[in-house]
Write a new protein. Structure first.
Length: 324
């Protein structure tokens, strides 16, 4: 019955009958249809046919969870932890995950990974990973085994169904075109997919960089095949008032050739092992881009390179304003 209603809803939306579609979802949800409630939550999160309302979306998610909707439960955990629609609450999110894990093997796997981490009551690492400075100019710090193999695998599995070619909008034509600098595939792990394990990784990045976790852009996983690369570039963004102060690169695998990270003009070249991370500063003391932070991902010559990137702004930002 739920699938039938969702087909009717999609048809109504395609015909521009938004109000009719919402009424159908509302009625089905009031009758206890978890799929309809979950769809209402997504509708208010996306904000394309109705204004985005994170608080209202959270209320629909909670109702869907009450019907034992597994996907709604996992999404509610993520939004509770990262503060979408309410204040971030790690302890409540963990309790939600523990309940979901009793009947959902996906939630159980996430809980097991989180329990393997040594975290405080806010989800931050109890012990700070040790870093070694590789260079002063550019300012680069290397963290050995920043992630465990299991954490690397979890990031890769989460990103895998999200990959799409790296694209940009042509400023002259408005069309989507191949990225002129990056020839990889990319997967953005936004707020709805930031499960507790990934949230804990993001707070670990914030801890070692001494930054606010809310200042980090959504964790992005890049996948480079043979011949693909990230040509020399700078992570600073022209014209923004909230600049990228730091970048964290995390190497998720090592069974590939080529693909080293090289900084210009110093020539510093790094070939990270699985779980290693590089933290580097993008700005000079006056806030302007540091020319020495220009870097590249050299071409992969064999295999596939998996790399997670966390760009960290100077001030907190609204990820919902940048997409999911």
């Amino acid at each position: 019955m739920a699938a039938e209603i969702l087909v009717q809803v999609d048809h109504a939306i395609s015909q521009g009958h938004i109000e009719s579609a919402l009424i159908m979802l509302q009625r089905a949800g009031d009758a206890g249809d978890g799929d309809a409630l979950f769809r209402m939550a997504i509708t208010h999160l996306v904000g394309d046919i109705v204004p985005r309302d994170l608080r209202l979306a959270r209320s629909f998610l909670s109702r869907a969870v009450a019907t034992r909707h597994a996907d709604a439960a996992l999404m509610e955990v993520a939004l509770c932890a990262n503060g979408s629609g309410a204040k971030a609450d790690w302890r409540s999110a963990l309790s939600m995950l523990e309940r979901a894990a009793q009947s959902d093997p996906v939630a159980a796997d996430q809980l097991k990974l989180v329990q393997s981490m040594t975290l405080n009551e806010s989800g931050y690492p109890v012990k700070m990973p040790a870093g070694r400075q590789l260079s002063q100019t550019p300012h680069v710090i290397h963290f050995k085994a920043f992630l465990t193999p299991e954490e690397c695998l979890h990031l890769a599995r989460t990103a895998d169904p999200l990959f799409e070619p790296a694209l940009v909008i042509d400023s002259h034509t408005g069309r989507t075109i191949q990225h002129p600098v990056r020839s990889s595939e990319e997967a953005v792990i936004g707020p709805t997919r930031e499960d507790l394990a990934i949230r804990a990784i993001n707070t670990r990045v914030a801890a070692v960089s001494n930054t606010d976790v809310a200042a980090g852009e959504a964790l992005t996983v890049l996948r480079y095949g043979p011949g693909q690369q990230y040509r020399p570039h700078h992570d600073a963004i022209a014209g923004t008032t909230n600049q990228r102060g730091w970048t964290m690169l995390i190497y998720l695998n090592e069974n590939y050739s080529g693909g080293q990270t090289r900084f210009f003009p110093s020539g510093l070249t790094v070939r990270g092992q699985r779980g290693d991370a590089l933290l580097f500063r993008n700005l000079l003391q006056d806030g302007s881009p540091d020319p020495a932070a220009q870097h590249a991902g050299l071409p992969v010559t064999a295999g596939h390179k998996w790399l997670a990137t966390r760009w960290i702004r100077q001030q907190p930002l609204d990820l919902w304003a940048q997409g999911r």
